[in-house]
Design a protein around this ligand. Sequence first.
Ligand SMILES: *Cc1c(COP(=O)(O)O)cnc(C)c1O
Length: 445
Amino acid sequence: MSPDSPDGDYPLWHPFTQMARFEREPQLVVAQAEGNRLIDTAGNEYVDGVASLWANVHGHSHPHIVAAIQEQAARLQHSTLLGITHEPAIELARRLLPHLPGRSRVFFSENGASAVEVALKMAVQYQANRGRPERNRIAALDMAYHGDTLGAVSAGGEGSFRDVYEPLLFEPLRFANAYRYRCDRCAAVPACTDACVDTLRDLLETRGDEIAAVIIEPRVQGAAGMIVAPDGHIAAVRALCDEYDTLLIADEVATGFGKTGAMFACDLEGVTPDITVLGKGITGGYLPLSATVTTEEVYEAFHGEEGRKLFHGHTYAGNPICCAAALASLDLFESEDVLARVRERAELLGDLLAERIADHPLVGEVRRQGLMTGIELVADTATREPLPPEREAGWRVCLAARDRGVFIRPLGDVIVLMPPLSIEEDELAQICEAVAYGLDRVSRG
Ligand SMILES: *Cc1c(COP(=O)(O)O)cnc(C)c1O
């Protein structure tokens, strides 16, 4: 069976992939990865422009993380956290918390969606345990993405991620997101009016006593198309949650671990959420692990009689090898000034985008927070008219970029760039060159 020419033999069913298309297209079979590059079975190298789906932080095959994984695997590969404990999980919680001021408890799972589910269950049970069971609804942003399990999809936005599964889902109360490029409220005026935040105020005013928690993707709504909220948005949501006495859940699965230029997006505005969800980059992008981190106040509501406990837990939650990888990743954050380098690289990325990409006739908007970048393609930059989906422009730009040695993956007609924090200057230039090349190819037809 050759993966280069898939035939009836090909046994995999890929996530979020139309297999009919997959079978038609040239395939990238990754054999190895080093630094910020993926290497395929034919020996071709590709700059990893999306950090292996927003997870990789310090580059691939980093000797410090590899050694930590090997050592931990030889000592204790797995033991449960259901009622007993182990040192890698304890140490990881201790080492994470100083990066999360105001928070004191860490609940581990294995992926972002699960950690979101935990946050939603915690919020509803927190209210019930405090004698407010009628506060059992979740308020969520329009176009939100919180993962693919049913609770996480429920909290997510409308559209194809959701429609077919609707009978299995709960319905959140929605409020407007800060999508300035396509915002009816303030696209026409020079500065953002924060009118989207007023929709949350209205919701809390009318239905606040039904709402257990407000969930947001702070600063950047990733899967929605790298939509960057204006400075002050997180703090405004926090203030409303305080005013109406409801919990704030910050889903930092995409934004966490440096990609925004701060360790966590909430740090950009000095906000402490009641519940913080971490995933993707937590192990440096090496192994599956996630965490739901809470304040002492949230934790306290579960403390006491048997029936108050959180009814949740996965078999591999807090797996020691995953924790060891996460600890090694934190070592690197603490021993090298990673965030300073990210801010420097992000500035260079901004310059490259302005020089090579922003003025291209297919490009409606370039938006960016730190290294998290969205390039929204449009049919007409004046009217902002979207491209016809059947043109598959985003996908074709990314496919063309492979010919220039860059791997990227779009979100519809938004080209996403989210390289590892360890990306080098010449690699950033290569990514932008490849996108510019892809744009030219696609505009030629
Ligand atoms: C990716 C993502 C998730 C889901 O994480 P998985 O590990 O894929 O389950 C949740 N929330 C946000 C904001 C994400 O970007």
